[in-house]
Design a protein around this ligand. Structure first.
Ligand SMILES: C[S@@+](CC[C@H](N)C(=O)[O-])C[C@H]1O[C@@H](n2cnc3c(N)ncnc32)[C@H](O)[C@@H]1O
Length: 240
């Protein structure tokens, strides 16, 4: 889907919201803090999705590139996309160290600006990134993702997603922070979680699931890790 030229009301996705992923300190400590994105976890995801040599894979909001690197190790062609230049620079270095510079193309673009000028993707993955967009713009991003995938292609979405009863929001947010926050230097702190809840755009599962269906996906599996984290494996409807 192309919306061109971008109208003046279009969302500026390069402006950081919440955690500043252009801050070199945040980038340098990211792999230590983000326990969901270890090499082992990303390798397991590559296997779970069935990514193999010759596939075209897009990683939207690739961060430090751990998933992109594991996908590229299969022999897949990978497009790693992020709005943060420092994140991309860090991911490029990791890819070079793994001898994969020629297998991963890095793009300084985002959900709302990446133009996929290559073979339609077999797999699109986005982890811990879509919640940076407000809901209306998530919907635009999902339409664009559907347009980049081949018919029957797979879209994997892992993110903070609220799946508690709305009236219980305070207890679930507080339990999440008490369980997940680490002391300074050991991972994401209470302050980081507070920033996430206050300034970023995590939404409810029932909103996100309806958005996925309305934008051309069939949800095949839903893995709720907790009342604040969900992974969806979706397939693009053949007709969209
Ligand atoms: C929490 S990190 C997740 C990185 C990686 N996917 C992972 O699972 O570890 C979020 C990433 O999304 C990027 N991001 C934020 N808004 C974005 C957008 N509109 N389009 C693409 N990437 C975006 C940030 O720059 C950051 O690198």
């Amino acid at each position: 889907m192309k919306i061109s030229p971008n109208p003046s009301w279009f969302y500026n996705e390069f402006r950081q919201v919440g955690t500043d992923f252009t801050d070199p300190t945040v980038v340098a400590t990211y792999d230590r803090n983000q326990h969901s994105s270890t090499v082992e976890a990303e390798q397991a995801l590559v296997e779970q999705l069935g990514i193999t040599a010759g596939n075209t894979v897009i990683d939207l909001g690739c961060g430090t590139g751990t998933f992109a690197i594991q996908a590229a190790l299969t022999g897949a062609r990978v497009h790693a996309v992020d709005v943060s230049q420092p994140m991309l620079a860090y991911a490029r270095q990791k890819a070079a160290a793994a001898g994969l510079s020629d297998r991963i193309q890095f793009h300084h673009q985002g959900f709302l600006s990446y133009n996929h000028n290559a073979t339609p993707a077999d797999f699109i993955v986005t982890q811990a990134a879509l919640h940076h967009l407000p809901d209306f713009w998530k919907m635009v991003a999902l339409l664009r993702i559907a347009a980049m995938l081949r018919p029957d292609g797979v879209f994997y979405l892992w993110d903070t997603v609220f799946s508690f009863p709305p009236s219980e929001f305070q207890a679930h947010i507080q339990t999440w922070m008490a369980r997940a926050a680490k002391p300074m230097g050991g991972g994401w702190t209470v302050t980081d979680f507070e920033t996430h809840v206050r300034d970023e755009y995590t939404t409810f599962g029932w909103i996100l699931e309806r958005m996925l269906e309305e934008t051309g996906f069939v949800i095949e599996t839903v893995e709720r890790a907790s009342s604040v984290i969900t992974a969806y494996t979706c397939r693009k409807k053949c007709s969209s």
